[in-house]
Structure formats: C-alpha cells, structure tokens
Design a protein around this ligand. Structure first.
Ligand SMILES: [Zn+2]
Ligand SMILES: [Zn+2]
Length: 300
C-alpha cells in the first residue's frame, strides 16, 4: 500500500511547476510512472526509483527463496497458485495509486504547507518524528480496518489468504490502498513531513511488511530479538489467525511498540496449530473474486 505518499509528493513537485508547457504536463500524465520520485529524493533522481525497486525485488526474491526452502507452515498448493492473484492485486494497486497520486497532485500543492515538522531545525529530530508519526498512523488505520464493518469488508481480501507468504504483503483491495492514502496525505501536508522522510519510511515499511508476511521459519531466537523493535513474522501470523481474539491484535506495521502501548499486543504458543485465513472463506480467490469480495452478496 505503500508507495503512494512519496509518489504523490514527488508527482506534486512535478505538477506544481505551473510554468511547464502543456506538452510537458501531458507527458507527465501519459507516463505516470516516470514522474514517481521525480525530485526531492534523498538520493538523486533517477537513482531513487531504482533504489526502491531494488529493495522491493530483493525483499520479494530473497524471502520467496527462504520461505520455500525453510517454510514455517508446509505448503498445500504449488507456488504459482499461492502468489499469482496477490501479485496481480499488487500490480493493480501500484498503477491505481500512481494515477490517484497524479490526480491529487493536480489539485493541491503539498509543498505549500508550513507544517510544524518542516520548521524543526534538526533533520534527525524531524526525521525521527516523521517516521514515528507515519508508523503510528498506519497502526490506527489498520486497527480501524478491523473495527469498522464496511472497512473490514475491504481488508478481508488481505485476510482470506490461508497460505500467507511474502506475496500476501501485496494482497490488498485497491479501495483500501486509495482509502489509506487520503488521511495520510493530509497528515503529511498538515504537518509538513518532508518527502525525503516519507520515502525513507516507505522503504523500511516495504521491507518489514514483506518480512512479517513471509512464511520463512525465522529462527525463534532471532524473531524474539527483533520483536523488541519490529513486528515480526511470529506476531503477524497471530494477526492472520482465524481466532477472532488473535486477529484483533498485533496491528503494527513497523514498530511493535504501538501494540504494546495501546493494549493490542498478543502472544501465543502452539503456533503450528494456528489456522490462517478466514474460516468461512477458502482463500482461493482469483482477481475478479478479490475485487468483488467486499460487495454485500459475496459472503463471508
Ligand atoms: Zn489486518
Ligand atoms: Zn497481513
């Protein structure tokens, strides 16, 4: 869900230059992906999209190899059937979020804000606060997706996967991706969060979310050590359990501290007994069924 904010800010940067000719503006719309990370990156353009792409590819490929060589839960179906629908959804979300970013970029200028974080003299403090705020936002967004019935209908698509693996990190309904970006963009604009910090957050977010969805049997000692800081595969498996009390816990994206702080942290033993997914739903959705799942007549 993930790259939208930095895409938007960078796309905004491109679109706000009112002096550009109409031809240039049109070309931005014709090639939306080219405008992503157009400028204001901590890494000079065009290296920035390359770095992000490299992180996405490395995280997917390395975790795919690890989880297939050392799976925590044994697989019941072939690789292809486990990942195709999820990556199809991920591809659609990437395109939809890019187009949405461009549409919003035409309407508002995110850089017109003088939000408090843009006025802090120390980039370390501003960066640290930005990171924490963005991650705290994701915590509350995720929690809301579980507590508001209509939101849960969309988030359900993510939870129906019974064989969670690294590709599940990309299995989201496009409406959820768009929905999550709207308050986040307002937050970024109103607080004046730098696009540099948004990009850094999203790079870390991408890697951690891929890790905690993977079926890689991370050695328990390493998982425990990491869980002092981040949400690990162990805790996210609990979140994907069919037991309601498990599902309504461990909402964090990067820092597990939010669950500890707000009383939603949950641990359990006997992890091998966990049933992943949603009990009323087989989880074997194709692209179309995933998109219509939130409709009232498509139970569960
Ligand atoms: Zn969830
Ligand atoms: Zn998940």
């Amino acid at each position: 869900m993930f790259a939208l904010s930095s895409q938007l800010i960078n796309a905004t940067r491109a679109s706000r230059s009112r002096s550009r000719s109409e031809t240039q503006i049109k070309s931005l719309y014709l090639y939306p992906l080219r405008t992503i990370h157009y400028s204001l990156s901590p890494i000079p353009y065009p290296l920035s999209p390359l770095v992000k792409l490299v992180i996405v590819i490395i995280s997917i490929v390395s975790l795919l190899i690890l989880e297939n060589k050392f799976p925590f839960f044994p697989y019941k179906t072939p690789l292809r059937s486990r990942i195709v629908n999820n990556f199809e959804l991920g591809s659609i979300n990437s395109i939809v979020s890019s187009l949405f970013a461009l549409a919003v970029a035409r309407t508002i200028d995110l850089h017109s804000t003088a939000g408090i974080l843009s006025t802090l003299p120390s980039p370390i403090i501003a960066g640290g606060l930005s990171f924490l705020i963005l991650d705290l936002y994701m915590y509350f967004w995720h929690r809301m997706m579980h507590t508001i019935p209509i939101a849960w209908r969309f988030h359900l698509v993510h939870h129906t996967d019974r064989q969670m693996n690294v590709s599940t990190a990309y299995r989201f309904h496009p409406i959820e991706i768009i929905g999550s970006s709207i308050p986040k963009l307002f937050l970024i604009w109103s607080l004046g969060i730098s696009s540099n910090f948004v990009l850094i957050y999203e790079l870390v977010f991408t890697a951690i979310v891929a890790l905690h969805h993977s079926n890689f049997a991370l050695p328990p000692a390493i998982d425990r050590a990491l869980a002092y800081i981040i949400l690990t595969p162990h805790y996210h498996r609990i979140h994907h359990s069919q037991v309601v009390a498990d599902t309504n816990s461990n909402y964090a994206s990067v820092f597990i501290w939010w669950d500890r702080l707000f009383g939603t942290y949950r641990d359990r033993q006997n992890m091998q007994n966990i049933q992943l997914g949603i009990s009323e739903e087989s989880g074997e959705l194709n692209l179309l069924l995933s998109l219509i799942l939130p409709l009232p007549n498509s139970k569960p």
